[in-house]
Design a protein. Structure first.
Length: 431
C-alpha cells in the first residue's frame, strides 16, 4: 500500500482501495483540524479580538476575514462556543472520530450531563440519522422558553446562485408560516385562470414554479403601494450649529436642533451626509452665516448613479448589507468635500454611525475599492488574502498523522430505529 500520510501528487494514479482509504483518513484529519480551528475561534470571540474595527460581530468578522458565507460563519461560531461546554464531544472531534456535521447535530441537544449518551449515538449513527434524532428529541422536549427562542430565530435571508438566480430562505413560526402559505395559495389561485375556463386548483407540493410566480405576485402587490427608496432623504431637521463645530474633524462638539434633542458633532456630520437637514450655521459670535444650503445633498440622479456604481451594497470592507443604505461623503462636505460621484459612496446605517463616531476614514482607491483607515493606524481592505503559511499540507499532515482511516467511519451498532433511540434519550432525567 502506498504512503497516504501525505497528499498524493496524482490521485488518479492511486489504486481505488488506497484512494478510499486516503479519503477517509483525510476526512478524519479535516475533522481534527476543524476542531482546533473552532477552539481558536471561540477564544478569539471571548477576548473580543474582532471588536473596534467596524465589524458588527465575531461572525461578521469571520465572514469577512476568512471568506465564509454569513450563515456558515454564524454556524461555525455557535459550534465553537458549544465545544467549550462539551468536553467529551470536543475530545472525539479533536481525535477525528466524529465529523463536523455530527458535532453540529449533537450540540443542539446535548448537555454536559447527557453528552456521553449523545456521543455514543454520534459514533453509531450516520449524520443524517443523527440530525433526524436530534430534531425529534427537540420537538418532544420543547418548553415555553424554547418556543420563545424559536420565535427569536425568525428570519428571511437570500443569496444569489452562480447563474444569478435568487435563493430565498424563510424561517417562520408555524402560524406565520401558515399565513404565508395561505397567501401563496391565494396568489397561485389568481394566476393563470380565466372566468371562462378556470384552472384546477394547483398543488404547491408538485408545482414549485407556480409558487414562485405567486411569491413574485405578492411582492408586486406590495410595491404598488410604495416602499422606501434610497432616493428619499432619510431625515428632516433644522440644526443650529457653529461653523467651527460643523467643520471640525474632531469628535467633540454639540449642536442644537429644532427638537428638544441636542446632537453631538459626529452625529451631525453623519446626518449631513444623507439627511435633509436645514443647517442654520453661525460664526463664533453667533451670527447666522447661511440658511438652508442643501447643495451638499446629491440630486436624485446622482444618488441613483452612486447606487448603481456600488451595486446597491454597503462599501465598508467586509459588509454586504443591501438595505438601509446611506450616501456618505468620503471627505465631509463641511471640510471641503465635493458632492460628486467620485466623492460619494454607499454605506449602511450601522457603519455610517461607526465611521463618524469612531473617526474612521474611508478612501476609494484607483480601482474603485474602498478601504477603511482606523484611528490606530490599521487599514481594512475588502477581501484580505488568507495566509496558510509555508507548506500547509505538509504541516497539516504532520499534525494529524496519528489519525487512522477508519477513525471517522460510523461504527456498526445495528440497524437504526428512530423510535427506540428516541425512547432511550427521553428516559434521561431533565437537567
Amino acid at each position: 500500500m502506498p504512503d497516504i500520510t501525505g497528499f498524493p501528487a496524482d490521485p488518479d494514479a492511486v489504486p481505488l482501495d488506497d484512494l478510499e482509504t486516503a479519503i477517509c483518513q483525510w476526512a478524519g484529519r479535516l475533522a481534527a483540524a476543524t476542531c482546533s480551528w473552532l477552539l481558536l475561534l471561540a477564544a478569539f470571540d471571548r477576548r473580543g479580538g474582532w471588536s473596534g474595527i467596524g465589524v458588527r460581530s465575531c461572525a461578521h468578522w469571520l465572514s469577512w476575514r476568512c471568506g465564509l458565507r454569513p450563515r456558515t460563519a454564524r454556524d461555525h461560531l455557535a459550534t465553537a462556543h458549544a465545544l467549550t461546554r462539551l468536553p467529551a464531544v470536543r475530545a472525539a472531534f479533536a481525535a477525528g472520530t466524529i465529523s463536523y456535521s455530527k458535532v453540529r447535530a449533537v450540540i443542539r441537544v446535548a448537555r454536559p450531563d447527557t453528552e456521553e449518551l449523545w456521543l455514543n449515538h454520534a459514533l453509531h449513527c450516520t449524520a443524517g440519522q443523527l440530525e433526524s434524532l436530534a430534531r425529534a428529541y427537540r420537538q418532544r422536549t420543547a418548553s415555553p422558553d424554547d418556543h420563545a427562542r424559536a420565535r427569536a430565530r425568525r428570519r428571511v435571508t437570500w443569496s444569489t446562485d452562480d447563474d444569478g438566480m435568487l435563493r430565498l430562505t424563510a424561517v417562520l413560526t408555524p402560524d406565520e408560516g401558515s399565513q404565508l402559505i395561505a397567501a401563496l395559495d391565494a396568489a397561485q389561485a389568481s394566476l393563470g385562470s380565466t372566468p371562462e375556463e378556470p384552472e384546477p386548483e394547483p398543488d404547491p407540493a408538485t408545482d414549485p414554479q407556480r409558487a414562485a410566480d405567486a411569491l413574485v405576485a405578492l411582492a408586486e402587490g406590495f410595491l404598488q403601494h410604495g416602499a422606501p427608496t434610497l432616493t428619499t432623504p432619510t431625515h428632516g431637521l433644522t440644526v443650529h450649529v457653529n461653523a467651527a463645530t460643523l467643520g471640525s474633524a474632531e469628535p467633540g462638539g454639540w449642536a442644537e436642533t429644532s427638537t428638544p434633542v441636542s446632537l453631538p458633532a459626529a452625529v451631525l456630520q453623519r446626518l449631513g451626509c444623507d439627511g435633509a437637514i436645514r443647517a442654520l450655521v453661525t460664526d463664533a459670535r453667533g451670527n447666522p452665516l447661511y440658511l438652508g444650503r442643501r447643495r451638499r445633498l446629491p440630486t436624485r440622479r446622482l444618488r441613483a448613479a452612486v447606487h448603481a456604481r456600488d451595486h446597491g451594497t454597503c462599501q465598508y470592507p467586509g459588509c454586504a448589507n443591501t438595505r438601509w443604505l446611506h450616501i456618505h461623503h468620503l471627505i465631509p462636505w463641511a471640510q471641503g468635500g465635493r458632492t460628486d460621484l467620485d466623492s460619494l459612496t454607499l454605506i449602511c446605517g450601522t457603519h455610517h454611525r461607526q465611521v463618524h463616531d469612531q473617526g474612521i476614514v474611508l478612501r476609494r482607491a484607483a480601482d474603485g475599492a474602498v478601504t477603511a483607515h482606523l484611528p490606530d493606524g490599521r487599514t481594512l481592505t475588502t477581501a484580505p488574502a488568507l495566509d496558510p503559511g509555508d507548506q500547509p499540507v505538509a504541516a497539516f499532515t504532520a499534525a494529524t498523522e496519528h489519525i487512522a482511516p477508519h477513525d471517522i467511519t460510523t461504527r456498526n451498532g445495528g440497524p437504526f430505529r428512530l423510535g427506540d433511540s428516541l425512547h432511550v434519550l427521553l428516559q434521561e432525567p431533565a437537567a
